[in-house]
Design a protein around this ligand. Structure first.
Ligand code: MRU
Length: 367
């Protein structure tokens, strides 16, 4: 996508080819700053601290992280250590494990002398594949938005609600949930996006609002609890969100609060779509509520809020009483029965095992 008119991805190989560089998302929207990742530990820190975040981008960063680990030491032991360190960074997004399994399968059989170059080639390929996948998700999702716009008689605005950030910042480029929105906007459909603020990290208020603004897509930030009210009053035509892990039967884990939006959508007859690249499908799991590991993060993310003061200085302030504990669940699971359809790079399908198998028939009979 473009930032200040210039094409930009969320992560890329540094011009000197000695590091990966990424947008530091902890600094947005107040500053557009990049971070240079030169070691395994820096890559792991970037994922853990959410300088990079969003399931597909976590996967791509982990792939670069393996390359960085091998640059220091390409032995079997260093490969396994690097994989273990990266695997321990965040638990919910399965793209991390997908990317690390992919890298291991490629690199473990190679002689150490060949591993560094092969790791970089594969990390670059994973990034490029993510871009192509998200472009295809956008094209398939666009058809759903065109249909919704036609159903509305092409009057007024097409009102879309999204939660968290599943835009280009969460992927290498284009995004998952936001990719159809960008394509619809570019095709001339007057889309307006209700952006859930997405407490406690405010990915909606800080990241989604920023990237929609960069692309000129009309949007309004709302408090997390507003969506149900808007749906009751006919002000949401459809919801689109991303996912960090989708089970083989179509249950989806996504940023905390997604489930409540899906319940409200069901109660009000509003279509609720989930956009995902195939590396987000965990074919080994069925029951998302019981089986998907839900990350719990530090309570300070809830008790402390960062923003820009009138002076221009960016500061962090505490908003809860000293001594009040905070429980910070980062994700929840939306059961497949609440999901109208899944949007993947291969097309749109029902959120069910049969639905997924209709698009991924090669998985038939496998775990
Ligand atoms: O904690 P985060 O910011 O990594 O969570 C991100 C999300 O929940 C996104 O909606 C999800 O990764 C899909 S991104 C294409």
């Amino acid at each position: 996508m473009k930032v200040h008119g210039k094409p930009m991805r969320s992560i890329w190989l540094a011009p000197d080819a000695q590091a990966a560089e990424a947008i530091d998302q902890t600094r947005l929207p107040h500053a557009l700053v990049t971070v240079r990742l030169t070691t395994l530990d820096e890559a792991a820190h970037a994922i853990r601290s959410m300088q990079v975040r969003g399931a597909p981008l976590i996967g791509a960063t982990a792939a670069y992280g393996v390359w960085l680990a091998l640059r220091a030491d390409a032995s079997d032991g260093a490969l396994e250590h690097g994989l273990a360190v990266l695997r321990g960074t965040r638990p919910t997004a399965v793209n991390l494990h997908w990317a690390l399994d992919d890298m291991r399968q490629l690199l473990a059989p190679l002689p150490p002398a060949e591993r560094v170059a092969a790791a970089l080639r594969r990390a670059e390929a994973i990034s490029d594949e993510d871009v192509a996948i998200n472009r295809a998700i956008g094209a398939h999702g666009l058809k759903l938005l065109e249909d919704a716009w036609a159903r509305k008689g092409r009057q007024g605005r097409l009102e879309v609600l999204t939660h968290c950030n599943a835009g280009w910042l969460a992927t290498v480029d284009f995004g998952t949930a936001l990719s159809p929105i960008y394509q619809a906007h570019d095709a001339g459909i007057p889309v307006h996006v209700w952006v859930d603020e997405t407490r406690p990290r405010n990915q909606g208020a800080q990241l989604t609002a920023w990237e929609l603004g960069q692309h000129g897509v009309p949007h309004t930030v709302i408090a997390d609890n507003v969506g149900g009210h808007l749906m009751q009053h006919g002000q949401v035509d459809l919801c689109i969100v991303g996912t960090d892990r989708t089970t083989a039967q179509g249950d989806v884990a996504n940023k905390i609060g997604t489930y409540l939006k899906a319940l409200a959508a069901k109660d009000n007859g509003v279509p609720f779509y989930v956009a995902l690249p195939s590396p987000t499908i965990d074919w080994t799991l069925r029951d998302g509520v019981r089986e998907i590991p839900i990350e719990q993060r530090d309570g300070t993310e809830l008790s402390d809020v960062t923003g820009r003061l009138a002076s221009g200085e960016v500061a962090t302030v505490r908003i809860t009483p000293e001594g009040s504990p905070a429980a910070n669940y980062a994700f929840d699971v939306t059961p497949a029965r609440l999901v109208t359809a899944l949007i993947t790079e291969r097309g749109v399908c029902p959120a069910s095992h049969d639905g997924l198998l209709s698009l991924f028939p090669e998985r038939r009979g496998r775990a």
